[in-house]
Every structure is written in C-alpha cells, then in structure tokens.
Design a binder for this molecule. Structure first.
Ligand code: CMC
Length: 444
C-alpha cells in the first residue's frame, strides 16, 4: 500500500478484508486512507478525514443532482435499471399489476407485507371511510381562479390538510402515522377530482362508499345527473393498474423532496405537499403532459423524421424517453402499452397512438437513442390512456400523484423510523465573491 500512513475510515472502524475496502492516496500529501465498502458504497463522511493540514475542513464529495449518491437505505422498492426490473417489497411489478389491486399494493408498500383477507377488508374499509374532506377544504378549493392548474390546486390543498389535522405534528406517534397514511391515500382522489370539476365549472361530487377505489375516483370525475354512476369495469381496472405502476419508484425526485422536507420533522401532509410540488415539474410527473403536447405538435407520422432531427440537434427532447435509472425499457411502460389497446377498445381509437408507436419504433432504430440507452419510460404511453379516459392534459400529473401518495407515505414512514437519518442538509462548493466592501446606492 502506497503512502506513509494509513488512516481507517468510519470513526476508526476496522476494515474487514482487502476486497471490502477502498484505498485512496492523497497525492497532495502522499498519505493513503482506507475506507470500508459496504453494499457497493463508501461513506462520503470518510473522505472528511482526508486533509492537507490539521485546520483543513477535509475532502467533500461533489455530486450535483445526486447522480451517484445513495441518500438512504430502503426496503420499499427495488429497481435494476439495466435489467429493467421493478419490485415493491420484493414482488415484481408484472405480478402485482396482473393479480393485485392498488389498495393492496398501497398496504404492501406501507406495512411491508401483503395483507391477509381480514387486514385487507379493514384497510379498504378505513380508506373508504376517510375519502370525505372537511367542507372548508372544499370551500378553499372553490376559491381558486376558474382556470387554476389542478396540480397547483392539489399541492396547496395537500399542504392545507396539515391545518385540519394538527395532531399529525406528532410524527413519532404510531396512531397519528397510521391516520395520516389512511387520510392521505383516501383523500387524494377526492382532491384530484374536485380540482378537475373546478376547471370545468362543475359541482364537486362527493365520494360514493359503494364503489371501490378506482371506481369511486371515476364517479367523482364524471358523475352528472344520474342517480348512481356506473363505471366501466375495463376502465376502472386500467386505472387501477396505472395506479399500481405509479405507486412507488424508490428515490425519485419527488420522494427525495418528501424525504428532504420530512427530515426537518415537519408533519407528513407538509412533507407530502413537497412531493406533489416536485412531481409537478415537466422532467418528472409533468412529462406525460409533455408527451401528449409533443404528439400533438408532430401531428402526423410523416413529420416524425423532422421531429427526430430536431431532437438530435438538441432543439428539443423526446418526451417520455430516457430515465435516470432505467437504461433499458421501463417495465412500467411495457405494461401500460398493453393496456392502451384495451382502453381504446372502450373509448375509441386515438390518432396519437399511431404516431406514438411509430415514433417509438423509429427512435429505437436510431443510434442517437440506442447509444444513450434512451427507451420509453412510464410517461410515454400513460398520457394516451388518461386522454382516452377524457382527462385534460393538465390532470395527468394529478392522477400520477394519487397512487404515488402511498409510496411517499411508505418512504416517509421509513425515514421517520431510520436512526441513521438526520436533517438533510447538503454542503456546497462556494464559487462567489468574498469580503467585498459595501458601496452606498448613489455611488454604484
Ligand atoms: N430526448 C433526447 N435526448 C435525451 C433525452 C430525451 N428524452 N433524455 C436524455 N437525453 C440525452 C441527453 O441529452 C444526454 O445526451 P449527451 O450525453 O449527448 O449530452 C444523454 O441523453 C443523457 O441524458 P441526461 O439528461 O444526462 O440524463 P438524466 O438522467 O439527467 O435525465 C431524464 C433523465 C428523465 C430527466 C431525461 O431522460 C429526460 O429529460 N427525459 C424526458 C423527460 C421525461 O420523459 N421524464 C420522465 C421521467 S420518467 C418518470 C418518473 O419516473 O418520474
């Protein structure tokens, strides 16, 4: 081993074997440091021991956008981006979308195990009986401008929920945690549907306890003068599958936002409002909205080659393609693609589907995309289903937020119970001015 002296990482903790450690030589000093490798990671804090002098702060790692930083240990969701694998608590997304329901998946994410029949009945009963919101929540939503973006309405209202449940401040209380989980999962479709009806100037529809979770959401969206709304089973099932596919995705941008804000020990409603905000962005949940706008702009399959040239010249992005983690076909996109046809059988053909299929085919035949491992992601086809269901594009991200709530809650619960976590507060490399003299305004 090179260097005069070897320092051991992690508070002097021993290094087990040569294969499980990393030797780093600081060429400024010639010293070598040994760091423990655990689960394919080294601890950023171990680098702090690397100094040129006693008063040196020590080395930091620089990782804007967390491209190679694990921020937590998690048992919730497993992704193998190269192999295109997604599992919730060890169950593959393919099995869950085939056999399970969204509510069962939400239980699995939160409690770590699939429910027994009895547990499931209790869970479904609890969710069903918390779908109503306080009338003042409804009134506050009515106060938004007639054309307010429904995602803006949702994020403000989720934050406002904290004011109705002040006990949720007690973040370590198990009962409060359970109530927050149930309330958030139960009320999210109600808030989403109210936001939709608001945009249309239609009266808000209250939840119907006779319907299951996706059916009730369809009822709150579409019920008009009929006594009882009767959802089409195929549409309700397609929606439920979309909910399953969107329920969690490990440390994505919005989950990171929930964990970052949650690390301050704020109440779960406020932490999850941060997740809704992050999801609003066009590079995250907003991408499905952008996919539909993109397909509209392309207009016809004849225009695809020109469009792809524009993407390759970096004039625009192929929305719904590429992923920070998947460097292969996103398994969720594959499942959604199968459901598009089933939904269109009920709702009628969409000319955009033809453009989407052809665009995908041409992109996957093109070196620009294959070299960069850009494949369709979950958002590529989901917008087509939402549109077929009669949703305006502005509602797409709102619908994404409904199931993602269970993932956010599961990750928040994990954060709260994790002794290794503390307030999330990154460091910076300061590159601005120092020690300038203040100049009065009339002398500038
Ligand atoms: N169209 C064209 N080029 C792309 C695209 C795209 N959609 N995505 C990535 N690239 C290129 C990018 O220009 C870069 O090329 P180069 O190395 O020559 O500079 C290379 O591929 C790597 O891209 P990146 O931006 O460094 O990758 P990232 O991991 O930072 O970004 C992403 C991931 C999802 C933000 C990005 O792929 C993107 O903007 N996609 C379009 C938006 C989208 O569909 N977002 C939904 C993500 S899935 C939903 C979810 O899970 O939240």
């Amino acid at each position: 081993m090179a260097g005069e002296e070897t320092h051991k990482g992690r508070d002097g903790g021993g290094v087990a074997t040569a294969e499980e450690s990393l030797s780093v030589t600081d060429n400024r000093t010639g010293q070598t440091y040994e760091m423990e490798i655990t689960d394919g990671t080294v601890r950023a804090m171990d680098f702090r021991a690397i100094k040129v002098s006693e008063d040196d702060f020590g080395l930091m790692t620089y990782d804007p956008a967390f491209k190679n930083t694990a921020s937590t240990r998690s048992e919730v969701t497993y992704i193998d981006g190269d192999a295109g694998i997604l599992e919730y608590r060890g169950y593959s997304i393919e099995q869950l979308s085939e056999h399970s329901t969204y509510l069962e998946v939400a239980y699995l994410l939160i409690y770590g195990e699939l429910p027994t029949k009895q547990q499931y009945e209790r869970w479904e009963h609890d969710i069903t009986h918390h779908t109503y919101v306080h009338e003042n929540i409804k009134k506050s939503m009515e106060a938004f401008r007639y054309d307010a973006h429904p995602m803006g309405m949702l994020l403000a209202t989720v934050g406002a929920l904290s004011t109705f449940y002040p006990g949720s401040n007690n973040i370590n209380d198990e009962h409060e945690q359970c109530m927050a989980a149930v309330r958030l999962i139960a009320k999210m479709p109600t808030l989403a549907a109210f936001a939709y009806r608001h945009n249309l100037g239609l009266p808000y529809i209250y939840p119907d306890n006779d319907l299951n979770y996706p059916e009730n959401f369809l009822s709150m969206l579409f019920k008009m003068a009929e006594w009882k709304y009767e959802p089409d089973d195929r549409l309700a099932r397609a929606l439920d599958v979309l909910f399953i596919l969107h329920a969690d995705h490990e440390q994505n941008a919005s989950t990171n936002a929930v964990r970052g804000v949650g690390s301050t020990q704020v109440d779960p409603y406020s932490a999850i409002a941060a997740g809704v905000s992050a999801l609003y962005g066009p590079l995250h949940g907003g991408a499905n909205e952008q996919v539909l706008r993109m397909l509209d702009r392309i207009g016809s399959t004849d225009n695809i080659p020109d469009f792809l040239e524009g993407v390759k010249n970096r004039e625009e992005r192929l929305m719904g393609f590429g992923h920070r983690v998947y460097k292969n076909y996103d398994p969720r996109a594959r499942i959604i693609k199968r459901h598009v046809d089933q939904v269109l059988d009920v709702t009628g053909k969409s000319p955009k589907l033809e453009i989407a299929v052809e665009l995908e085919k041409r992109a996957l035949d093109d070196e620009f995309f294959t070299e960069r491992k850009l494949y369709p992601n979950v958002d590529y086809y989901s917008g087509l289903i939402y549109e077929a269901l009669g949703m305006p594009t502005a509602m797409f991200t709102v619908i994404f937020a409904i199931p993602r709530t269970s993932g956010w809650v599961a990750q928040w619960l994990e954060l709260v119970g994790d002794d290794e976590q503390a307030i999330a507060r990154p460091r910076q490399v300061y590159s601005g001015y120092r020690e300038r003299e203040y100049v009065s305004i009339d002398e500038r």
